[in-house]
Design a protein around this ligand. Structure first.
Ligand SMILES: Nc1ncnc2c1ncn2[C@@H]1O[C@H](COP(=O)(O)OP(=O)(O)OP(=O)(O)O)[C@@H](O)[C@H]1O
Ligand SMILES: [Mg+2]
Length: 471
């Protein structure tokens, strides 16, 4: 994946750079060639003024043939050009190089098709072959000669194309070498930047993800860039945080479960071992069997609670929603706790709104909720304490509250009472509690789409309230 992304990026960038540089270089070369030829033409045009002057002098008989030939030779050498003079019919009468003198002797008309333009006082610019005279094609520039507005012929100036292009070749080389150099530099810069901005951060995230998947949940990525990659790193880290939290909860849960199971098993093992060894005398065996039995009961309850919680939390619990009388459930529940209420000499007030109060709920599960809350109230209230249970209609909802006086829960504990295995007073409750009551209550109500909360009451006491939908 890494290599793929990197090579794709590089390929795209390089293609763009090459295309743009090649286009620039091609445009520059084309432009420079045009510019170069224009310069050459204006140079030739400038020198042609003097030749024109000399040619008219010659045609007027004021200059000898040798003089005009010498002039052409001199200027031809200076311009690196072959210069011919043609008369008004296109016949050559003077040349700059002696080897072209044969043109004067022959009666061959050199200029034919261009005569029309020249007569109209226009210059002609062309690339010609003249195969019998020049080996290479030549660039020919023709300038008309007029004397007293009468057409007197023209000046022809030829330059070998190869010779002409010689300096251009150098310029092309420089342009293309710069383009290649720029492409190489750009590639290096892009390579460096893409590595720094994208590839390496992605590799680091990938590395951290790999470590986390192998169990090193505390691994994080250190990327602080203020862009999408930085955002990705941030999201990745917060995802790793939650994973770490889940992992921590899982470890704590396993350790809690093992701890909760180990203590009853240890005491059961101790008692039974004592009976087998005869350490516990026969007359005391009945007592220890009772203790063992209650430990087994505790163990059974713990396992049942755990199973309940895992079924509810995994969403596998099938709720059987029906029309349930919450008042009736509360009454039955209080009756269930009668013995314990009497033992602790508690005063229980039950204020129920209406005789029957129907809600949409799963009867068994809502009985479990009320039982757990009443169980807590009875368990944590002081002797001779007060318990109040009441129902109230609020719009579409029925609020059920269970209050007990005496104890209150500190703000710091309040956050944790819904956590599995959380027990505030570990020494006092460890024998009779597992810390699974409230988590079960909350899971059931969450499954029903309802809410539950706890609040400390003034001057003392604590109240748990949950909602249910009225039908
Ligand atoms: N009515 C209450 N008054 C005072 N403290 C309470 C009350 N209800 C719950 N608590 C505190 O919240 C903790 C968690 O309650 P929860 O019902 O989950 O566990 P438990 O009662 O200790 O064990 P279990 O319900 O599994 O037997 C309790 O240990 C207790 O400290
Ligand atoms: Mg409880």
């Amino acid at each position: 994946m890494k290599k793929g992304l990197f090579s794709k990026l590089m390929a795209a960038f390089i293609a763009i750079i090459i295309v743009s540089f090649v286009m620039t270089a091609a445009f520059l070369s084309y432009w420079f060639e045009g510019y170069y030829f224009k310069q050459r033409e204006s140079e030739l045009l400038k020198e042609s003024q003097f030749i024109k002057y000399k040619a008219i002098q010659y045609l007027d008989g004021n200059l000898t043939k040798d003089d005009i030939n010498d002039t052409l030779t001199y200027i031809g050498n200076y311009l690196s050009a072959d210069i011919w003079l043609v008369d008004n019919y296109g016949y050559v009468y003077s040349v700059s190089k002696s080897e072209h003198k044969k043109l004067i002797a022959t009666s061959k008309q050199i200029v034919t098709s261009d005569l029309k333009e020249l007569r109209e006082n226009e210059t002609v610019d062309k690339i010609e072959n003249y195969s019998e005279i020049f080996t290479d094609p030549v660039h020919t520039f023709e300038v008309p000669i007029f004397s007293d507005k009468v057409f007197k012929g023209a000046i022809m100036m030829h330059t070998s194309i190869n010779e002409l292009k010689e300096p251009l070749k150098w310029v092309y080389k420089i342009i293309w070498a710069s383009a290649v150099f720029a492409i190489v530099i750009c590639c290096i810069v892009i390579y460096y930047l893409s590595q720094k901005i994208i590839i390496r951060p992605l590799e680091r995230i990938n590395y951290a993800a790999d470590k986390i998947s192998r169990g090193e949940v505390e691994k994080r990525v250190e990327i602080r860039s203020n862009d999408e990659i930085g955002e990705l790193a941030k999201s990745f880290n917060s995802m790793a945080d939650s994973l770490q939290k889940v992992e921590k909860n899982r470890r704590e849960f396993i350790s809690n479960v093992s701890h909760e199971i180990r203590s009853p098993i240890t005491s059961i093992k101790g008692f039974i071992g004592g009976m087998i060894d005869g350490v516990i005398p026969l007359e005391k065996q009945n007592y220890y069997l009772t203790v063992t039995y209650s430990e087994i009961q505790r163990l059974t309850r713990l396992v049942n609670d755990l199973l309940d919680l895992s079924t509810i939390e995994s969403g596998q619990l099938k709720l059987n929603i029906e029309k349930v009388d919450i008042n009736e459930i509360i009454r039955l529940c209080v009756i269930k706790f009668e013995t314990r209420i009497n033992e602790k000499k508690l005063k229980v007030d039950v204020h129920l709104e209406d005789d029957k109060l129907y809600v949409a709920a799963d009867k068994d599960r809502i009985t479990q909720v009320v039982t757990n809350l009443v169980d807590n109230a009875v368990k944590y209230v002081n002797e001779n304490g007060n318990i109040k249970i009441f129902t109230k209609i609020k719009g579409e909802k029925v609020f059920t509250s269970i209050y007990n006086d005496g104890s209150s829960i500190s703000q710091s504990d309040m956050k944790y009472i819904w956590d599995r295995f959380y027990k505030m007073d570990k020494s006092r409750t460890s024998k009779i509690s597992t810390g699974l009551g409230l988590p079960i209550v909350r899971s059931i109500l969450t499954q029903l789409g309802e809410d539950i909360w706890a609040e400390n009451k003034k001057p003392d006491g604590i109240m748990f309230t949950f909602t249910l939908k009225r039908v």
